[in-house]
Design a binder for this molecule. Structure first.
Ligand code: CAO
Length: 543
C-alpha cells in the first residue's frame, strides 16, 4: 500500500520566517531520501533541506519566496511499495543551544572563526574553501562548505576584516570547534556579530546538522596545522546555495563566472544551467579542456562567438542546421581541437590503373556488373598499406595504442543533409568489384538518409574522395578515434620527367592527415609513398 508522507521543515534554530530561495522538486518528480527539496536562507546561513522520504512528489506546498519555519509542510510524497520510505521526519532533535556569545572584536584584533555546532558529526570534510590569506571578508561571506552524510552547509564568517591565516584546506576533516581562519578585524570593519544564531537543519530521525556559527575568544588554541593559502576556482564572493555549489562542482563550472539573478546577488540553479548552455552554444566563452586524455593541460580561453545583426547590412534568411550537420560539426570541432594533426601530400601516377579501370568497366558493361570506381581501388590499396604499417590501423586509448587486426574502411559521403561516413567492413576479405558494389550501395543509402548506425560504425581508417568534384589538395580532419585519413582530389594529366623527357602522366593528388601523437612525419610519408606505389602498379597489391 502506498502512503503519503509529509516532509516538513526541521528544526532550524531560532528562525521562524525563513524564505525559500530555491525549490528543486515539482509534482510528479521521483525523489530519493537526501535529495534536496528546497534551499532556505536565514540572515546567517543558507541550508538545503533534504528529503527524508523516497517516492513520488504528490503535492508541493511552498514556492520560492514562501516564508517557513520549523514544522512548515514542504511536500507530500507517495512512497510506493518499492520506494524505500523513510520514517516521516519528526523534527525531532532539540535545537542545539545557541552558541556562546562572540567575543567582541577589537580594532586590529585577531579573531578566530571556528566550526560551529554541526550536530553529531565530528569528522566532516571541507569540500570547498572560499577564502585565502589576504582576502577581505565581511560578516556572512562563506568561508567553507562542509559536507556531512546528510547535508551540505556553508559556514559563513561572523567577523569582518582581513584573513590572516587559513587553518584548513579542501579535504581537511573538521568538527565543532575546529579553527577555520583567523581574521584581523580592522578598526573600520564592523565587529563580529553578537550572539550567533543557530540555524540548524535536522535531517532525519534524530540526526541533526547544525550550521551554527560562533566567534570564539581569540585565545582559543588552533586545532589544525596551518595550511598553505590556496587559490581556488570558486571565488570567495560567490553567493550560492550548497546544492547549487554541488551542482557546479559536478559540472566543473567556476561559479565566479556565472551571472547571478537570484535575490541579493545569489546564483540560482537556472543561472548555472543558462551559463552551461551558453558555453556549449559558444555564446559564452568557457573553459574548454585542451587535451583529451592528457592531464594538466591548459584551457582555450576563447573569445565568445561574434554576435552580429546581419540584417543591418542587408536581407537575410535564417536556416537551422540539419541534425547531421550539428552532430558532425561537434565531432569535427573536437577532432580539430584535440588532435595534433599534420597533412602530408603525395602524387600517385594512376595512368595505368585508370586505363585498367576503364578497360574493365568496358568489359563489364556487357555483363551488367557494378561499375569499378577509383574509390574501390583506393580502399584496396589502403588496406594493403594498413597491413604494412599497423600504427595506422590503430586508436589511442589513454597511454595505450589499440592495434586492430580487422580492416574496416570508412569513406566520406556527401549527402543533401550533410557529411556521413559509411563503413566497408572487412575490406581485406573483399574484391575490388565487391567493394565497388558495396560502396555504391552505401553511398546511395547515405543520400537517401537510410544508413543505420551500424553502417557508420567500426571504421579503422577513412578515405575522403573529392576526386569526382575537383580540387588539387586539401587537409582532411582525422575522424577520431582513428589516427589517419586519406584525402583524394581530382586526377589530372601532368608533365612528368622520365629522365630523358617530360611525359604526360595521369596524376592523383593524395593528402594524408595523421595524428602526430601516433604517427610521425617519416612514417606518414612512407605510408603515402607506399600507397602511391600500389596505385602506380596495382599488381603490387596482390603480393
Ligand atoms: N579524379 C578524377 N575523376 C574522378 C576521381 C578522381 N580522383 N574520382 C572519381 N572521379 C570521376 C569518376 O571517374 C566519375 O566520372 P564519370 O562519371 O565520368 O565516370 C565521377 O567522378 C564519379 O565518380 P564515382 O562514381 O567513383 O563516385 P565519386 O568519386 O563521386 O565517389 C563518393 C563517391 C560517395 C565518395 C562521393 O559521391 C562523395 O560523396 N564524395 C564527397 C566526399 C566528401 O565530401 N569529402 C569531403 C569530406 S571533408 O569535408
Amino acid at each position: 500500500m502506498s502512503q503519503l508522507i509529509e516532509v516538513k521543515v526541521p528544526d532550524i534554530g531560532d528562525f521562524s520566517e525563513v524564505p525559500v530561495i530555491d525549490l528543486f522538486v515539482k509534482v510528479g518528480d521521483s525523489i530519493k531520501v537526501d535529495d534536496a527539496i528546497a534551499t532556505l536562507e536565514s540572515d546567517k546561513a543558507t541550508m538545503d533541506v533534504p528529503s527524508t522520504a523516497a517516492g513520488v512528489v504528490k503535492e508541493v506546498l511552498v514556492q520560492v519566496g514562501s516564508k517557513v519555519g520549523e514544522g512548515s509542510l514542504l511536500i507530500k510524497v507517495e512512497a510506493g511499495e518499492a520506494a524505500a520510505a523513510a520514517p516521516a521526519p519528526a523534527a525531532a532533535a532539540p535545537a542545539p543551544a545557541a552558541a556562546p556569545a562572540a567575543a567582541p572584536a577589537a580594532g586590529g584584533a585577531l579573531v578566530e572563526v571556528k566550526v560551529p555546532d554541526i550536530g553529531d558529526f565530528s569528522e566532516v570534510p571541507v569540500i570547498d574553501l572560499f577564502v585565502k590569506v589576504g582576502d577581505t571578508i565581511k560578516v556572512d561571506d562563506a568561508i567553507a562548505t562542509l559536507e556531512s552524510d546528510k547535508a551540505t552547509m556553508d559556514v559563513p564568517s561572523t567577523v569582518s576584516g582581513i584573513v590572516k591565516e587559513v587553518l584548513v584546506q579542501v579535504g581537511s576533516k573538521v568538527g565543532e570547534g575546529s579553527l577555520l581562519i583567523k581574521v584581523e578585524s580592522g578598526a573600520a570593519a564592523p565587529a563580529a556579530a553578537a550572539p550567533a544564531p543557530a540555524p540548524t537543519v535536522n535531517t532525519e530521525n534524530s540526526q541533526k546538522t547544525a550550521s551554527t556559527v560562533q566567534t570564539a575568544p581569540a585565545a582559543a588554541p588552533a586545532s589544525l596545522p596551518a595550511a598553505q593559502p590556496q587559490t581556488l576556482g570558486l571565488g570567495a564572493k560567490v553567493h550560492a546555495s550548497p546544492s547549487v555549489r554541488a551542482y557546479a562542482r559536478e559540472l566543473g563550472v567556476d561559479l565566479s563566472k556565472v551571472a547571478a539573478t537570484g535575490p541579493k546577488g545569489r546564483i540560482v540553479k537556472e543561472d548555472l544551467t543558462k551559463y552551461v548552455k551558453g558555453v556549449l552554444s559558444g555564446a559564452i566563452s568557457g573553459p574548454v579542456a585542451a587535451g583529451g586524455g592528457i592531464s594538466g593541460g591548459g584551457t582555450l580561453d576563447l573569445l565568445p562567438w561574434p554576435k552580429v545583426d546581419f540584417s543591418k547590412f542587408g536581407e537575410i534568411e535564417v536556416k537551422p542546421l540539419s541534425r547531421i550537420k550539428k552532430i558532425s560539426g561537434q565531432n569535427l570541432s573536437r577532432n580539430w581541437v584535440m588532435i595534433p594533426a599534420v597533412t602530408y601530400h603525395e602524387d600517385a601516377d594512376i595512368t595505368d590503373l585508370e586505363a585498367f579501370r576503364v578497360q574493365l568497366n568496358k568489359e563489364n558493361e556487357k555483363g551488367g556488373g557494378a561499375k569499378l570506381t577509383m574509390l574501390a581501388f583506393l580502399v584496396k590499396a589502403c588496406v594493403k598499406a594498413l597491413q604494412k604499417f599497423p600504427e595506422f590501423n590503430a586508436s589511442l586509448d589513454g597511454d595505450n595504442l589499440v592495434l586492430k587486426k580487422y580492416f574496416n574502411i570508412g569513406f566520406a559521403a556527401d549527402t543533401p543533409n550533410g557529411l556521413v561516413v559509411p563503413v566497408i567492413k572487412n575490406a581485406d576479405q573483399k574484391s575490388v568489384f565487391e567493394i565497388a558494389q558495396e560502396s555504391g550501395d552505401l553511398a546511395k543509402q547515405a543520400r537517401d538518409g537510410k544508413l543505420k548506425p551500424a553502417d557508420m560504425s567500426g571504421a579503422c581508417f577513412t578515405i575522403s574522395s573529392l576526386g569526382g568534384i575537383g580540387g588539387t589538395y586539401f587537409a582532411p580532419i582525422v575522424n577520431a578515434p582513428e589516427v589517419a585519413i586519406l584525402g583524394v582530389n581530382k586526377s589530372a594529366m601532368k608533365p612528368v620527367w622520365d629522365g630523358k623527357q617530360f611525359v604526360p602522366r595521369l596524376t592523383l593528388p593524395l593528402s594524408l592527415t595523421a595524428d602526430h601523437r601516433v604517427i610521425d612525419g617519416a612514417l606518414a610519408t612512407r605510408f603515402n609513398v607506399y600507397v602511391a606505389q600500389l596505385l602506380a602498379d596495382f599488381r603490387r597489391v596482390a603480393l
